[in-house]
Write a protein that binds this ligand. Structure first.
Ligand SMILES: O=C(CO)[C@@H](O)[C@H](O)COP(=O)(O)O
Length: 227
C-alpha cells in the first residue's frame, strides 16, 4: 500500500513542473491514506529531476516520519492541518505558481470574472491574512490553521483553493491528482483575472446566476469528495 501511495504522490509531484507551476524545488504535493492515517509527501529541497518514487516521505497526522530517507517538505505541518480540518479531502498541493502567487503577494482574493473560474471554483478565491509575529513562530502549522479557520465560513468542497498573503496558493481535492488539477485551474483563472483587470479596470464579477449555472452544472447541488 505504501509503495503504491509513494508512486502516486511522486507522479502527482512531477506534474507541478510539467504544468509550469513550480521552479527549482518549490512547491509540494501530498496524498493521504485515510485508513492508516498516513500520507506521502515530497521530500524537502530535492530537485524534481532527481526525485524517485521511493524518495517520497511517509508521515502520520502527528507529524511523525513513518518511513523515508529524507526530511519531509517544509510545508508538511500545513498539509497536516488541512487533512485534519477537511475530513473528505485526499490530497493537498502547494505551489508558487506566478499568477496565483502574485495575487497572494498583493493580498487580494481572486474575483470570479467568468465561467472558466465558475466551472471549478464557487465564487471568489479567498486570500487569508499573513501571520502575526507570534504565529510566525510555528509558521507552517499556523498557516494551515488560518486556512482551516477561513473555511469554517467557506465550503472547502466548493472552493478547493486558497491564497496565503505574502506566500502563495494551496489547493486540495479527493486525491493528489485532483489537487494538482485544481492548482492548474487556479493558476489559469489567476492569469485571466489579472489580465481582465488590466484590460478593463472597471470590470465586475460574473453575475451569481451565471456562477450557479456553471458550477452546479458540473458539480451538482452537493459537491462532495468521497461520498
Ligand atoms: O513555500 C515554500 C518556501 O517559501 C516551500 O513550499 C518551498 O517552495 C518548497 O519547500 P520543500 O517542499 O522543498 O521543503
Amino acid at each position: 500500500m505504501l509503495e503504491e501511495l509513494k508512486k502516486r504522490v511522486y507522479e502527482a509531484n512531477m506534474l507541478l513542473p510539467k504544468y509550469g507551476l513550480v521552479t527549482f524545488t518549490w512547491g509540494n504535493v501530498s496524498e493521504i491514506d485515510r485508513e492508516s492515517g498516513c500520507f506521502a509527501i515530497k521530500p524537502s529541497g530535492v530537485e524534481y529531476e532527481l526525485l524517485k518514487p521511493e524518495d517520497m516521505v511517509i508521515v502520520d497526522l502527528n507529524g511523525k516520519v513513518v518511513e523515508g530517507n529524507y526530511k519531509p517538505s517544509s510545508d508538511t505541518a500545513t498539509h497536516i492541518e488541512l487533512y485534519r480540518a477537511f475530513p473528505t479531502i485526499g490530497g493537498v498541493v502547494h505551489t508558487h505558481s506566478s499568477w496565483a502567487t502574485s495575487w497572494a503577494q498583493a493580498g487580494r482574493e481572486i474575483p470570479c470574472y467568468g465561467t472558466t473560474h465558475a466551472d471549478y471554483l464557487y465564487g471568489a478565491i479567498p486570500c487569508v491574512r499573513n501571520l502575526t509575529e507570534e504565529e510566525l513562530k510555528d509558521y507552517e502549522r499556523n498557516t494551515g490553521i488560518l486556512i482551516a479557520e477561513e473555511f469554517m465560513k467557506n465550503d472547502y468542497k466548493a472552493m478547493p483553493a486558497v491564497l496565503c498573503k505574502n506566500h502563495g496558493p494551496f489547493t486540495w481535492g479527493k486525491d493528489g491528482f485532483e489537487a494538482v488539477h485544481n492548482a492548474v485551474v487556479l493558476e489559469e483563472v489567476a492569469k485571466m483575472a489579472a489580465r481582465c483587470e488590466l484590460i478593463n479596470s472597471q470590470v465586475t464579477p460574473a453575475p451569481q446566476e451565471l456562477l450557479d449555472k456553471h458550477y452546479y452544472r458540473k458539480h451538482g447541488a452537493n459537491a462532495y469528495y468521497g461520498q
